[in-house]
Design a protein around this ligand. Sequence first.
Ligand code: GAR
Length: 226
Amino acid sequence: MTDRLNIGVLVSGSGSNLQAIMDGCTNDTIPGRVTVVVSNKDGVFALERARNAGLPAVVINHDRYGGREYFEKALAEVLEQHGVQLICLAGFMRILSPWFIRYFSGRILNIHPALLPAFPGLHVQKRALEMGVRFSGATVHFVDDGVDTGPIVIQAVVPILPDDDVDTLSARILVQEHRIYPLAVRWFAQKRLRLVNGKVQLDAGLEHEREMTLAADKAWIHPPAS
Ligand code: GAR
């Protein structure tokens, strides 16, 4: 048990990505354990998911602190108390300061429902549909102090279908999020993924697996070329 990675998950909403990470730890695909779940909002379903799993679920409501500095100090303290070695942002809708990012340097991952660097920020699926892009998807990246920026670890491509609306597209992207986030966390926990001088480093085995996938399927073309 001792060399399992201690993971802290930050949430603001429904927590389906939190669930995917907790499930990965329970079924042993991730050699880690979620030691604490922190929400910046009361009453969100993610907290219930954490409590149902018997995990500490802490609310640190940003509104109750006199500024981001105090909110983040409280957050860092809770994460330290629970021995967190990797922080996973899972629908956590606060921007973290350079101080916080440096404090946990190379140890914060985020998931975003778009193919970054396209469509950072909010209302992502709506904007993708409005722009008429043919592909969207999901991205897991290390976090820097921008909005949904930082070195990219893994992406899943999701084609946009003619009848898509925000709900149908979001649902299909979410399915992919639940595939790629636990995978990135697994690699990190296995020490096969790290951030070195601001760049993502995957171990040689993983680069090989990626090349094999690309060799089999060089590109996705959508709509299909006839
Ligand atoms: C997910 O789609 C996640 O990618 C997105 O919030 C949703 C949270 O869902 N995150 C962002 O937009 C970050 N910029 P969940 O609470 O069910 O995991």
